[in-house]
Every structure is written in structure tokens, then in C-alpha cells.
Design a binder for this molecule. Structure first.
Ligand code: ATP
Ligand code: MG
Length: 567
């Protein structure tokens, strides 16, 4: 049922400085005839979020534009926080977003080479084993205004360093007792250059190399050389790594290896949204949400489950732009692109979320007729379907008021409205049914079949409905923003982002009534429940118990009027 939307598949290619840089490097043949090579380098310590989607679109998108290639490289240097589950989810999410990597790489593939290079640096007098504790190293580092102090172990001989480093690798020393450091400059104005740690001792099993290693390279030692080993020409990452660039270059120059060049761009930040794996892990572990793919999460798997489409996410990322300063993008912009995409591709259906029974007193008892309904007025090729109509139908509770307020054009006693594609009905009375719930009695005009009256009579409202005898029941999950503040990090001293969690971000409706065709919905289908919003089937669904997620509401003009008048 899902149609692709050609308009949103071609995200606008806005000009940006990264593209200009690559174009210039290609023009001057900076790397000779070598192709443009990029990489996307996630650490497998969590699921990808929509911020990563920006990096992915940049890494893959720009390489593509220049006929180059992109590797997916897992920066798996921290065995304590990394898991195969994350590796698998990251690969699935990159593919879902619409990209395919050239080579699949792991920093752990380079552990042997990185070790050899460390030995090479020791031999060149450019690295030393330090016995200071982590705390002492921190104290020696100095501050932005004060230079650091040399470690008393800084001038060990090459022989002693080689011996100690070999024994570190052999597992002779407990965790945390020694590190290998680069010998650069303890007075450098850049703190990253003050003899950064290259290796630490960690007797931990790695998800890929098992117990082969008990020393692990630091991210900053592994990252630049991994780029170099893959002949990455343009290594693009977010701004917080700008201060690390001189260090990456230092290693590459000391080792005389392929000169990958790093370029930094701004992180994607979105209002009402937290994009930090460390935080997202916390929400999952503390069960503030129902897992990484909870539809309220800003993870790609969360958006997927909620019914967002890769096309809309790519369009949004592209439109939010690339810059050299961090800013923030309104969440409404993401929602706008998603609504626009779904408006084109979503099949229309009728669903009543808060049912109120409407009984048509002059409609023949036991009769059913089929009315023809367009599947998508935006897309004539989507065809039509037959929807059953009968004497008792459900309408939304909101669509009826016994005492209508001013400007209320929907159903109320004495008022005539249109049941979409079916008939005009006029409300007569309200009665309590046997089970205590309210029922509205009305009459219909048999001449108005299809939704128009031959005498040209106008009605002010058209409402969706579901035949009671044919309705299927479903659970509907309504999602609101996960945070109550545009900046979730705006909390009082001593507080945390958790203080800004929206306690009403999930509402579960158990009694919704849907038109029968929705019994055949598939996971990848997208629907517009007419007048209500965009919905998709949730994986929790079973044939006996359908569950739909609300992707986004339609814009509700009535809610706005009501708000304005202070009601
Ligand atoms: P987080 O800060 O959420 O924990 P991270 O930067 O530690 O993320 P990595 O796995 O290291 O996560 O990220 C892989 C790539 O994605 C890096 O190149 C990083 O620059 C980029 N990236 C991460 N977050 C964002 C973001 N919000 N916007 C754009 N790019 C991002
Ligand atoms: Mg990181």
C-alpha cells in the first residue's frame, strides 16, 4: 500500500563548505587520482540517533556525489561499553536510511598494526610508559591557563619503555597501573597534545578479539590511523573533535602514513530532543522508555517504529544544513517534512479513537451497503476501496456536543452534517444505552448517498465514521514529545534532563474502532486516519490484537480556535 514519494526522494542538495572543500581537493588533485574516500565511524556503544543520520548523510552523500566510496567503520576500542547488539542495529539503521557501505571495517582489525606503530614510536623516542595513576596524570596535565608538568617517568630509556610495553601486552600488570603516552609537549596550549595516553591496560574480553588483548588503544590513538589505513581522503566529524585534529595529524606525520585530513561540521541538535548516547542509554536502562526503539526515542529505530520514513529524515537533515557553529533546529521542521512525505504516500482510512455510537433511526435494520472511498486523494493511482455502512456507526466523541459552543459546526441536536462519502445525517436526541454509555439518535437523508444532496443543501462539517457492526477494535498509542522544554538541558542546579521528561508522553487508547480493511495492515504500511493523524502498525501487533502508533497528528484547527478563545 505504501507508495514512494518522488519529491522527497530527491532531497535538495544545498551548498555547503564540505562539498566546496572536496570539490577543490578534487580539482587540485590533492590525492592524485585517488577517489574520494569517506567513512562513517560509530562507536558500537548504543543505537544510532538522528544526529548520526546527519553524519551518515554527509559521509555517504558527499562521497556519492563525487563518485567516491564510504566505509562503515566501527570504532570499537572500548570493550567494556560495546556490544554485538549495537553493531547489528547500526548496520540495520544505516541500510534503512538508504545507504550501503563499501567496506565494513573495525578499528579492532587494526589492533596489531596499531601496536606495531606504538613500538615504532617508542623506538623513535616519541612514546613512553608512565606509572602515574590516572589521577596523577590529570593533576600533571595543567589547565587552559597553566602548562602541565612532566611525569617523572617521561625520560625512561627506549629499552626500558620497550620492555615495559611488551610486558603490559603480555598481561604482567594489573589494570590501571601503567599507560603508554605519546611524548609531545606538556606545555602545549592544546591540552590534547600534552602527552596524551595511547594505550591503557584493561583485562576485558573484546566482542571481536576475545581475550587476545589486555591493552587497548585510546580512541584518539586509533582514530586517525584507522582513517589513514583506509586511505580516507575526507574524514568528516563533528566540531568537538576540532581540538583533536592536531593530535591525529601528529601521529600520521610521525609514522609517515597516508595523510587523511579531518573536517568538522556542526552537530545536529533538535528542540525537545536529547541526542547523546550516554543519556539515551540511561533512559533505556532506567526504563524511562520501553527500549531503544521506543517510538518516543530520537533513535533511528525509534523513528522507524513510529512510522517516520527514511526519505523524510534525509530531507530534514539536508534542509537543516551544515555549518561551522552549533545551533538548534526546531522539531516542528522535522514534523513538517514527515507530514509532507506521508501526505503523499499514506493510504487514507477511517478510524474512531474515542467512539460514540450514532444510531440512524430511519435506516433499515440489518442492511449493509458498501460505499466507495478514494485510497489517497493526493494520488489517483492509489485507487479506491469499499467501506461498509450500516444503521449504527461510531463517530468521535469530539464530533458531537449536546450543547454546542459558538462556532461549533459539528454534530449537535438539530444540526445536519455529512458522514464522509456516505450520507447527510441530522441529530435528534441523546439517550443512555443499557450499559450506561451515551448514544446519539439521528435520521439520514437517503437522497444524499455518496455525500451530496441533490437539492444542493450545504452542510458545514464532514465527519469520519466506522460501521459498528463491521468495526475492528484496536489499541492506539499516542505519542507526545519526550521532553517538556525546548532545551531539555535547561534544568535547575543539581537537577538533570530527567526533570524535564514529559510524564504524558505516551497515552494508550484501548477502545478504538477501525474500518475493517485495516485488519490487513502490514508493518511497512503508512496510513492517514482521516481527520486524526498519521499512523502505522506497531510490531507488538498480532492478528487478535492490533496495535497502531500515531506517527504525527494532523494539524488540528479546532484545537487552535479553542485555545485562542481560552476554552
Ligand atoms: P553521542 O555524543 O551521541 O554519544 P558520539 O559522537 O559519541 O555520539 P559516535 O559513535 O562517536 O557517537 O558518532 C559517530 C559519528 O557521528 C561521529 O563522526 C560523530 O561526529 C557523528 N555524530 C554524533 N552525534 C552527532 C550529531 N548530533 N550530529 C551530527 N553528527 C553526529
Ligand atoms: Mg563519540
Amino acid at each position: 500500500m505504501t507508495n514512494s514519494n518522488p519529491e522527497s526522494q530527491n532531497a535538495p542538495t544545498l551548498s555547503n563548505f564540505l562539498r566546496d572543500q572536496i570539490a577543490e581537493d578534487v580539482r587540485i588533485k590533492k590525492y592524485g587520482d585517488a577517489q574520494v574516500q569517506t567513512r562513517f565511524p560509530p562507536e558500537p556503544n548504543g543505537y544510532l540517533h538522528i544526529g548520526h543520520a546527519k553524519a551518515i548523510c554527509i559521509d555517504f552523500g558527499l562521497a556519492d556525489e563525487f563518485g567516491g566510496k564510504t566505509n562503515l567503520r566501527f570504532d570499537d576500542t572500548n570493550p567494556e561499553k560495546e556490544e554485538q547488539e549495537y553493531v547489528d542495529s547500526i548496520m540495520a539503521d544505516v541500510r534503512w536510511l538508504g545507504f550501503q557501505w563499501d567496506r565494513l571495517c573495525y578499528a579492532s582489525d587494526y589492533f596489531g598494526q596499531l601496536y606495531e606503530w606504538a613500538v615504532q614510536l617508542i623506538k623513535a623516542g616519541k612514546a613512553y610508559v608512565d606509572d602515574l595513576t590516572a589521577d596523577e596524570i590529570r593533576q600533571h596535565r595543567g589547565t587552559l591557563t597553566e602548562p602541565g608538568k612532566d611525569s617523572p617517568y617521561r625520560n625512561r630509556s627506549v629499552e626500558e619503555n620497550l620492555d615495559l610495553f611488551t610486558r603490559m601486552k603480555a598481561g604482567e600488570f594489573p589494570d590501571g597501573t601503567r599507560v603508554l603516552r605519546a611524548k609531545i609537549d606538556m606545555a602545549s596550549p592544546n591540552l590534547n597534545m600534552r602527552d596524551p595516553v595511547m594505550y591503557r591496560i584493561l583485562h576485558a574480553s573484546h566482542q571481536r578479539t576475545g581475550d587476545q588483548w589486555c591493552i587497548y588503544p585510546m580512541y584518539d590513538y586509533a582514530h586517525g590511523q584507522s582513517d589513514s589505513l583506509e586511505c580516507v581522503t575526507h574524514s568528516m566529524c563533528t566540531l568537538e573533535f576540532a581540538d583533536h585534529q592536531p593530535l591525529y595529524r601528529w601521529y600520521i606525520e610521525q609514522l609517515g602514513i597516508f595523510p587523511s585530513q579531518q573536517f568538522e561540521f556542526d552537530r545536529l541538535n533538535i528542540t525537545y530532543t536529547v541526542l547523546s548516547k550516554r543519556r539515551l542509554i540511561q533512559f533505556v536502562q532506567e526504563k524511562r522508555v520501553n527500549g531503544w526503539d521506543d517510538p518516543r526515542m530520537p533513535t533511528l529505530s525509534g523513528y522507524r517504529r513510529r512510522g517516520f520514513t527514511p526519505e523524510a529524515i534525509r530531507t530534514f537533515v539536508s534542509a537543516s544544513g551544515v555549518s561551522r557553529t552549533n545551533g538548534s533546529t526546531d522539531i516542528e521542521m522535522l514534523e513538517h517534512f514527515q507530514r509532507d512525505d506521508l501526505n503523499h504516500r499514506a493510504s487514507r482510512a477511517m478510524a474512531v479513537l474515542h467512539p460514540l455510537k450514532l444510531i440512524i433511526d430511519n435506516y433499515p435494520e440489518g442492511q449493509t451497503e458498501l460505499v466507495e472511498v478514494a485510497n489517497n486523494p493526493e494520488d489517483p493511482t492509489a485507487g479506491t476501496r469499499q467501506v461498509p455502512f450500516s444503521r449504527e456507526v461510531y463517530i468521535e466523541q469530539d464530533d458531537f456536543r449536546e450543547v454546542p459552543p459558538p462556532k461549533y459546526y459539528r454534530l449537535s441536536p438539530g444540526k445536519e452534517v455529512r458522514l464522509r462519502n456516505a450520507y447527510f445525517v441530522t441529530a435528534k436526541s441523546v439517550q443512555k444505552s443499557a450499559d450506561g454509555s451515551l448514544e446519539v439518535h439521528c435520521t439520514y437523508d437517503p437522497a444524499s448517498r455518496g455525500g451530496n444532496s441533490p437539492d444542493g443543501r450545504k452542510v458545514k462539517s464532514t465527519m469520519h465514521w466506522v460501521s459498528a457492526a463491521h468495526a475492528i477494535s484496536a489499541e492506539i498509542r499516542i505519542y507526545e514529545k519526550l521532553f517538556t522544554k525546548p532545551d531539555p538541558n535547561d534544568f535547575a542546579e543539581g537537577g538533570s534532563v530527567l526533570d524535564n521528561l514529559n510524564p504524558n508522553s505516551l497515552e494508550i487508547l484501548l477502545g478504538a474502532k477501525l474500518e475493517p480493511s485495516l485488519a490487513n495492515a502490514k508493518l511497512e504500511d503508512r496510513f492517514q486516519f482521516e481527520r486524526v493523524g498519521y499512523f502505522c502498525l506497531d510490531p507488538d501487533s498480532t492478528p487478535a490484537r492490533l496495535v497502531f502508533n500515531r506517527t504525527l497528528p494532523l494539524k488540528d484547527t479546532w484545537a487552535k480556535i479553542e485555545k485562542k478563545s481560552g476554552a
